[in-house]
Design a binder for this molecule. Structure first.
Ligand SMILES: Nc1nc2c(c(=O)[nH]1)N[C@H]1C(S)=C(S)[C@@H](COP(=O)(O)O)O[C@H]1N2
Ligand SMILES: [Mo]
Length: 403
């Protein structure tokens, strides 16, 4: 019957790379070391962060799998993997980032609730599949529909994994119908990641990828798509993944008072050197990291400071692993192909440790990052995009001197 199954226990988890830092074992939540992120523009699948809320589903018989399109769709569809693969293929380079990225640093100032994450709860992938707007057209909903003839306004993605937050029910999330039917928003029904079939950890056989939006809306192990009059009423849309002001705590929280998080804000982090590492005075150090913004807003610039934020120097961006010409920007819309993806950057300099390196980015809408985490503290620890700092120490004198 149900061919895509969400198991109750963790007996059948897939193998994972031993270099991943495990933040929670069951459900499995892990991130790569920061240095692995800047090693390549496209994040290798085994080094991509894994964020789960239950045991990893199993697809028993791929040939019998059907994706159901239900609810207020004028035409109900039941699509096999073969049928989906026969539709026009679309690829999009997009960085998936968990809203909880950098949560541990937020918790350090005042405790927040949620799985702790360092700075690596994100990865940049090449996603292959079909545009959701193409599939919804087949279901009788034209492009750029805000409200369908029969009252559909949201598109809900429903999985099969058993999540304790949903009292054993599946993970689900929704996006507005207008975004789902906008070909330019590039919401994807993905069956490939980096040119390979999706792995179980990342949503095999089918997942949603919502570019520029917090990872929580990119539902993995998709079973059905429901066209509905209101947004998803599930836990992860209505309770988790919302942002509250710093003065709201667990004793006075009113969940419906805030909207579900969608686009993520401008973000930047230093991946090398790592926090707490040793540096020799006078040697040239390559500082490198990532920067990205949500909603298709690209990165305008990245700035680095070595004097506590008094003065800043612009870092060099490495576009798609190649240096972009520094004296021109891309004005041609057809060439703005990678607006959903991060920018990797670097800046080489000599320094005198111990010192603090700070980085911050500005996006294409001139949004800047907040300096202090305290100003954006929230009880769920989401969207920490405060200035990122790493502290480097002076390398101890060589052992020669003790001989
Ligand atoms: N079915 C399902 N989809 C899901 C989740 C989940 O637990 N179950 N986690 C979401 C969250 S919070 C994030 S950040 C991304 C993580 O995707 P990844 O594990 O492929 O990196 O998947 C999203 N989709
Ligand atoms: Mo997430």
């Amino acid at each position: 019957m149900a061919l895509l199954i969400g198991p109750k226990d963790y007996e059948n988890e897939p193998p994972r790379h031993p270099a991943l830092r495990i933040n929670a074992k069951e459900p499995f939540n892990a991130e790569p070391p920061p240095s692995a992120l800047v090693a390549s523009y496209i994040t290798p699948i085994d080094m991509f962060y894994k964020r789960n809320h239950g045991p990893i589903p199993i697809l028993k018989d791929p040939s019998s799998y059907r994706l159901e399109i239900t609810g207020l769709a004028p035409k109900k569809l039941s699509l096999s993997l073969e049928a989906i693969r026969s539709l026009k293929k679309h690829t999009v380079v997009a960085t998936l980032q968990c809203a909880g990225n950098r949560r541990t640093a937020m918790s350090d100032t005042r405790k927040v609730k949620g799985v702790g994450w360092g700075i690596s709860a994100l990865g940049n992938g090449i996603w292959g599949g079909v545009l959701l707007s193409d599939v919804l057209e087949l279901a009788g909903i034209p492009c750029y529909t805000r409200r369908s003839a029969n009252g559909g306004k949201h598109v809900e993605f429903i999985s099969v994994d058993q999540c304790k937050e949903e009292k054993g029910g599946p993970y689900r999330a929704s996006v507005p119908l207008l975004q789902a039917t906008d070909p330019e928003a590039e919401v994807l029904l993905a069956y490939e990641m980096n040119g390979e079939e999706l792995t179980r950890d990342h949503g095999y056989p089918l997942r949603i990828v919502v570019p520029g939006v917090i990872g929580a809306r990119s539902v993995k192990w998709l079973a059905s798509i429901d066209i509905c009059p209101i947004e998803c009423q599930g836990f992860f849309q209505q309770q988790d993944y919302k942002m509250f002001p710093p003065w709201v705590d667990w004793n006075n929280i009113v969940w419906p008072s805030r909207r579900p998080l969608m686009d993520f804000p401008v973000q930047c982090a230093i991946c090398t050197p790592s926090d707490g590492s040793f540096i020799k005075t006078g040697t040239t150090v390559k500082i490198s990291g990532y920067a990205l913004s949500g909603g298709g807003r690209g990165i305008e610039r990245v700035e680095v400071s070595l004097d506590g934020g008094r003065t800043w120097i612009e870092a060099t961006r490495l576009q798609s692993g190649r240096s972009a010409p520094s004296n021109s920007y891309i004005s041609d819309v057809d060439e703005q192909r990678e607006k959903w993806a991060w920018v990797l950057w670097e800046y080489s300099t000599t320094m005198t440790p111990p010192t603090t390196i700070i980085a911050k980015a500005v996006d294409s809408s001139a949004n800047v990052q907040p300096q202090k985490v305290e100003d954006i503290w929230n009880l769920r620890g989401v969207l920490n995009n405060s200035w990122h700092e790493v502290h480097v120490k002076a390398e101890p004198q060589s052992i020669q001197s003790s001989l």
